[in-house]
Ligand binder design. Structure first.
Ligand code: AMP
Length: 194
């Protein structure tokens, strides 16, 4: 079974591409950002802890996020379907946790697909998205810059983690959504042949 990590800075288009991949390949979409926003909406303990951190553009502690992912994967009924991970892992510690979680299920990550977009473009995109999404962390430039710094300082190193395992691929994230999608599909289809 192919389990794929969609990777890239905030605003790269991971959520959009994940949705298209779900429609085409029937993957299960696992977005830790969506899960955390749901916890906040339901005012759970996790949600209450996460809100201020998210609004600051920082990362929710590894243990909290990894536990959410572990329980979601454990409760998946259909283990024949691939998972598309969107926004997880975001630190080396999370990547190691994910290996543990997947090993316990006799599964593994097949591929990381990174969507490359330059910082200036990202800021413009997130501000535009914020007008529609109403996401609190999409509203001001300081939070958005913090998120980009967090990505550059803590998350971008994950590319090497998966590159060393021969699992890393990337696409340019600039241009039409359909064209980027076609490139991602090609990577997935090629990997299925091997
Ligand atoms: P996203 O929707 O993926 O952009 O995530 C929105 C925010 O949720 C991030 O800026 C983080 O504060 C938090 N978050 C989402 N996924 C993670 C993760 N894997 N680890 C830590 N924090 C996360």
């Amino acid at each position: 079974m192919k389990h794929i990590l969609l990777f890239g800075p905030p605003g790269a288009g991971k959520g959009t591409q994940a949705q298209l991949l779900v429609d085409k390949y029937k993957f299960i979409h696992l977005s830790t950002g969506d899960m955390l926003r749901d916890e906040i909406k339901r005012a759970t303990d996790t949600g209450l802890k996460a809100k201020a951190i998210i609004d600051n553009g920082q990362l929710v502690p590894d243990e909290i996020v990894a536990e959410m992912v572990r329980s979601r994967i454990k409760n998946m009924k259909n283990d024949k379907v691939g998972i598309i991970f969107d926004g997880f892992p975001r630190t080396i510690a999370q990547a190691r946790k994910l290996d543990e979680i997947m090993n316990a299920e006799n599964q593994q990550i097949s591929l990381m697909i990174a969507i490359d977009v330059h910082d200036d473009e990202i800021i413009k995109r997130i501000i535009e998205r914020g007008k529609i999404s109403q996401r609190s962390d999409d509203q001001d430039v300081i939070t958005i810059k913090n998120r980009i710094d967090t990505y550059n300082n803590q998350t971008s190193v994950l590319a090497d983690y998966y590159r060393q395992q021969g699992k890393f691929k990337s696409v340019a994230g600039i241009g039409a959504i359909e064209d980027i999608f076609a490139e991602i599909c090609k990577i997935i289809d090629d990997s299925r042949k091997s």
